[in-house]
Design a protein around this ligand. Sequence first.
Ligand code: ARG
Length: 269
Amino acid sequence: MPESRVPRLRRFLVCEPRHFAVQYAINPWMQPDVRVDVDLAQEQWQSLIRVYRSHGHSVAAVEPVPGLPDMVFAANSAVVVDGRVFGSLFHAPERRPESIHYDTWFKTAGYDVYRPESVAEGEGDLVWTGRYMLAGTGFRTTREAHREAQEFFGHPVISLTLVDPYFYHLDTALFVLDDDNIVYYPEAFSPGSREVLARLFPEAVLATRDDALTFGLNSVSDGRHVFIAPRAEALADRLAGHGYVPVPVDLSELHKAGGGIKCCTQEIR
Ligand code: ARG
């Protein structure tokens, strides 16, 4: 274990939960028409942004659009590697219009945007490790989109099959700690995918179902600090044992839609 882990400053893209609500159910966390406290969601989200900035990360924001209650989950709208933007095509018709607004933000910022032909939900399922693109499928993003992403980025895309509906996006079951290592919950994956992860990341930190259910795997790491849900205390303690510095940020109101810290955070690389 390195004496001191070194953070790398990041550029994040986010979207304020001004119009956040749970109006439809497209994952098992969502109880349609459950009451959400938008003010609390906004406060929690603002604290995430403050914490990112106080750790030196830069944060840009897309303007939220009324009628798109899940737009706060910025991670789903694209995956950006080497300045190349692979946009999104949502599985749920309710979320499809979100892509246009994110695409517009990227185009205004001077990027070209590739629009996938097959269902692809950005960093929700396409997770860049610094070496490979880990790609989830089973609930949302399709295998066909994995092929498109490989063709687009020219980096190896490793397809992984998700099997537990509570962990419907790859970023609910796995996150990247740094260029060398990841954390994941093995039972969220098919047996073959589990074997693939074990071969690629023999030193990975393995998580429990509890770690995953408390949104502990929907975390963001800068290589040193791990921005993590406070209820995922057991996992945070284990990460501290590996030399990382857990930084708890509570997004409990957003959990009602099945999203957490990583879902609210897209990284522009
Ligand atoms: N309600 C959203 C959906 O089901 C939550 C998305 C969470 N985002 C994520 N990156 N896992 O699509």
